[in-house]
Design a binder for this molecule. Structure first.
Ligand code: PGA
Length: 249
């Protein structure tokens, strides 16, 4: 049986107290969904969502990043253990807004992945090329490097996910073409198979300007096992519409 699609909302740095009711609406209206569902709110909302959604175990919660140490003198950082303690079951790592905005190298992403595993969180590792990397014909090279250097050997036999997010498609309304997505997914699948030799079947997700009107099509593309949704996960009706697309996929 293939895995049901995994639909993950990445709220980024959005969400004050009122957002709890958005999550509650998503939870209420998605009870019958057969997809696997998760919301990654800002860390300040994790405990509150965990409490508000305690009767909605079909919505998992995730962090958006973590430090690679479990604790220590790291002002402003959050550890994987803390995310777990606040109710998260997974954590996004290596998102392009971390890689580029915070200059996080692959080696740091790999350390964070190890920390997440140690804390009992499922890591979702994001990879993707910039526009200039694509235009200079380096997409495969970049994806191979990110997979090699951001995924530590400790992932062997563990549950984890990889999300392909072309940097130029994030928050821009631009979407990768079907051929670009098929090509990237084929490469990622091949690299992971070789590296982990069929021991794990991680969910491969697509992210970057996923909207209600393109979700079903994206999920129909070979290899796309889920969607990482930014902007369109902030409004319950949009995210619910994407979830319904997953149920029909
Ligand atoms: P977007 O963001 O859907 O707003 O493009 C996706 C992401 O960054 O995970």
């Amino acid at each position: 049986m293939p895995n049901p699609p995994f639909i993950v909302g990445n709220w980024k740095m959005h969400g004050l107290s009122e957002a709890v009711s958005v999550a509650e609406e998503i939870a209420r209206e998605s009870r019958k969904s057969t997809a696997r569902l998760a919301i990654c709110p800002p860390a300040t909302l994790l405990s509150r969502l965990s409490e508000a959604l305690k009767d909605a175990p079909h919505i998992e919660l995730g962090g958006q990043d973590c430090h690679y140490e479990a604790q220590g003198a790291f002002t402003g950082d959050i550890s994987a253990t803390m995310l777990k303690d606040a109710g998260a079951g997974l954590v996004l790592l290596g998102h392009s807004e971390r890689r580029h905005g915070h200059k996080e190298p692959c080696s740091q992403v790999a350390l964070k992945v190890k920390a997440a595993l140690k804390a009992g969180l499922e890591p979702m590792i994001c990879i993707g090329e910039t526009l200039s990397e694509r235009e200079s014909g380096r997409t495969h090279e970049v994806l191979r490097r990110q997979l090699r250097d951001s995924l530590p050997a400790e992932l062997e036999g563990q549950r984890f996910h990889v999300s392909y997010e072309p940097v130029w498609a994030i928050g821009t309304g631009l979407i990768a073409t079907d051929d670009q997505i098929r090509d990237a997914f084929a490469l990622i699948g091949k690299v992971l198979d070789k590296r982990f030799q069929g021991h794990v079947v991680p969910h491969l997700l697509y992210g970057g300007s996923v909207k209600p009107d393109n979700a079903q099509h994206l999920l129909s593309l070979e290899g796309v096992g889920g969607l990482l949704v930014g902007g369109a996960s902030l409004k319950a009706p949009d995210f619910l519409s994407i979830i319904r697309s997953a149920d029909q996929a």
